[in-house]
Ligand binder design. Structure first.
Ligand SMILES: Cc1cc2nc3c(=O)[nH]c(=O)nc-3n(C[C@H](O)[C@H](O)[C@H](O)COP(=O)(O)OP(=O)(O)OC[C@H]3O[C@@H](n4cnc5c(N)ncnc54)[C@H](O)[C@@H]3O)c2cc1C
Length: 387
């Protein structure tokens, strides 16, 4: 194998390149990325960068060692199709990048509302999105966030800290029900009210009011929330449309095995675009978690190069964190519908506790902590040791 092409120049793409060199691949590496920026970190976009406490330079992912990776960066160019038979990635403006193997790391994008919308309405996935939103979050601005998932909740938290008037709208009765369940979702939902943001649950967006510029959000229950700025935080979808016709199995992401191998030899997928089998859950999951995008590439590269690779056991356990209103929320494992929650330490109402998710056999399969990083870390490792 002489030439490996990575599509997607972000966290998983950069981790792939580093893993290729760490695992002694000495051939050519090309990285194709459609953003105009060098790889940067996304979590601060809804936190410190949005708050103005870190700069664009601070959130860059590359460091001085990366200059020695010997990579050809094709930045600001979109991969338009993958010719698996002809072994090439075809760029949007025509050229073909011939290659022996491809690692797909195209991530996900913010889900958009259908149709166009007036000025003042934002989504948040990229640095450009964050720049545009940041300029509008001035003290006193009335912000309505549609969707109280993790990113919506973080934006609400950051905006409240900047002195904005914040309303957050959630269609479900309780936020974060899918990842955390109703009981713990409600605990996280209460953080909004305790920190001066108004959560409107069980109601959805009916209409954005305003012609050139947004003025209000009309809700499905008939109420109207005045708005200077609106953020639509209704989830993300994998960037896989460009792979149509490639022969890959696509199903809410590119289907892979635990090592990132797709159904086509020499094509792997990692990070947010990959819908990967996991032993931990005995099923397929597409994770949109920073830690997965960082860790998954080493195993994928080993599979591609035929190297031995033994990842630490806790890498198999899904993990994410979120920062809201000065609280560090951490979750590891996988909640299933039959789980019950057991408070292990602290008190959920104090915003400082650790809870276990027990399956129907009373075995811990997940752990949630707010502001309890140390015991959380211990439980995260214990989960990895389960039979
Ligand atoms: C605002 C925000 C806050 C977050 N906070 C947290 C957090 O607190 N905790 C946590 O665990 N996770 C968090 N995440 C999620 C985490 O950032 C992602 O899991 C991670 O960025 C995924 O990395 P990735 O490289 O797989 O995909 P991405 O970072 O999405 O990168 C994919 C890259 O590929 C490019 N691309 C797509 N299609 C093409 C194409 N056809 N040709 C060329 N390039 C293409 C994209 O433009 C992008 O640059 C957050 C995400 C966001 C947006």
């Amino acid at each position: 194998m002489e030439h490996i092409t990575v599509v997607g120049a972000s966290l998983a793409g950069l981790a792939t390149v580093r893993a290729l060199r760490a695992q002694e691949f000495e051939g050519r590496i090309t990285v194709i990325g459609d953003e105009r920026h060098e790889p940067y970190d996304r979590p601060p976009l809804s936190k410190e960068y949005l708050a103005g406490t870190v700069t664009e330079e601070d959130i860059g992912l590359t460091d001085s060692d990366d200059a020695d990776l010997g990579v050809e960066w094709v930045i600001g160019q979109t991969a338009a199709s993958l010719d698996t038979a002809g072994k090439a990635v075809v760029l949007a403006d025509g050229p073909r990048v011939g290659t022996d193997a491809v690692v797909l790391a195209t991530g996900a994008r913010a889900r958009q509302l259908p149709g166009g919308f007036p000025q003042g309405v934002h989504t948040l996935r990229t640095l450009d999105d964050a720049r545009a939103l940041r300029s509008e979050l001035v003290p006193g601005a009335r912000l309505v966030v549609i969707g109280a998932g993790f990113i919506g909740a973080e934006i609400a938290s950051t905006a409240a800290g900047l002195g904005c008037e914040v309303d957050i709208v959630e269609a479900a009765d309780v936020p974060l029900q899918r990842p955390l369940g109703a009981e713990m979702g409600a605990v996280c939902g209460r953080l909004h009210a305790r920190n001066g943001a108004r959560l409107h649950a069980g109601t959805g967006l009916a209409e954005l009011v305003g012609e050139t510029r947004v003025k209000a959000v009309r809700l499905t229950d008939g109420r109207e929330l005045p708005a200077d700025v609106v953020v639509v935080g209704i989830g993300a979808q994998p960037n896989t449309e460009w792979l149509a016709g490639s022969g890959l199995e696509i199903d809410d992401g590119v289907r892979t095995d635990e090592q990132g191998r797709t159904t086509i030899p020499e094509v792997l997928a990692v990070g947010d675009c990959a819908h990967s089998y996991r032993d931990y859950t005995a099923g397929w999951l597409r994770l949109e978690h920073w830690t997965n995008a960082l860790q998954q590439p080493a195993a994928a590269v080993a599979a591609l190069l035929g190297r031995e690779h033994s990842a630490p056991a806790h890498h198999s356990v899904p993990y994410f964190w979120s920062d809201q209103y000065g609280h560090k929320i951490q979750f590891a494992g996988h909640r299933t519908a039959d789980c019950t929650v057991q408070i292990e330490e602290g008190d959920p109402d104090s915003g400082d506790f650790l809870a276990l998710y027990l399956n129907s056999e009373e075995r811990p399969v997940g752990v949630l902590a707010i502001n309890r990083a140390r015991p959380f870390g211990q439980w995260r490792r214990k989960l990895a040791k389960r039979p």
